[in-house]
Design a protein around this ligand. Sequence first.
Ligand code: ADP
Length: 291
Amino acid sequence: MAEILVESHNLVKIYKANDLEVVALQGLDLRVPRGEMLALVGPSGAGKSTLLNILGGLDEPSAGRCEVAGVDLTRLTRRERLLYRRRIVGHVWQQTSRNLLSDMTLLDNVITPMMLAGYPAGRRRNRAKELLGLVGLGDRLDHKPVRLSGGEQQRGALAVALANEPPLLLADEPTGELDSVTAGEVLKLLRRLNAELGLTTIVVTHDLHVAEAMDRSVAIRDGRTSTEVRHAETTEETVIIDGVGRLQIPRSALDTIPFDGRARVHVAADHVELWPVGVLAGPRQDAARER
Ligand code: ADP
């Protein structure tokens, strides 16, 4: 079985604003094998960015477990958190302006994170050139971001994010500001980086095309992982069942069946049925129909 690179269990994040508490993550479970390309989808306010910020070491979990590449994110000192951010994760944001420093050339943009992480001085320039070549910008080394197109800026952002060879790439709507052709090129590049570098990639997106370009889409609803689609295997959406057996019943089922907050569980030989209380379940109802 593939090594698990990202594992969260019962992850909780509570934000406190004035006297109000917002529970952004309510016991979220997620396992991401090394090398997977994963899309996080779901309605606005569901907790996707919160999860990405925790995985990126930008925010601390309030409770639960969260490990990335063997690093326990619940108990990091400030210094450890800084090192984690520099070495274990690379970030690409939707806003191209947030990814690149505007007064530096592309080459210096890629060299800077290596400098901060103490990457050997003699190798920085060559590695930066190699990376910019890999993302197709080998002829733009001396350009400042303002002279690059949106797609080139996002490809440059990828080179910056990968400068310190992180095993995990986090991207928040990386193609959100691009037209569909340019977005397609960036997605192809993500796939190539995944194949060539074994990069594990987690993308937050509202865009179905982006989600379908990943290996798996996991939907987050109300601060928990709710359903998933494994694109390589099937187009069928499946419900995620966590380690203690919790699942989120799809909204469409809740809207159609009057569960009223409870269900009777009927275990059949090869499946399980949930019935509203007061309705005859399974075979007994079939028998009733036959009578
Ligand atoms: P998504 O990325 O799925 O749109 P978010 O993770 O941004 O969702 O937000 C989840 C919930 O947490 C929302 O209710 C949001 O208002 C709240 N939230 C996010 N960040 C903060 C913050 N810094 N302070 C207070 N509440 C926050």
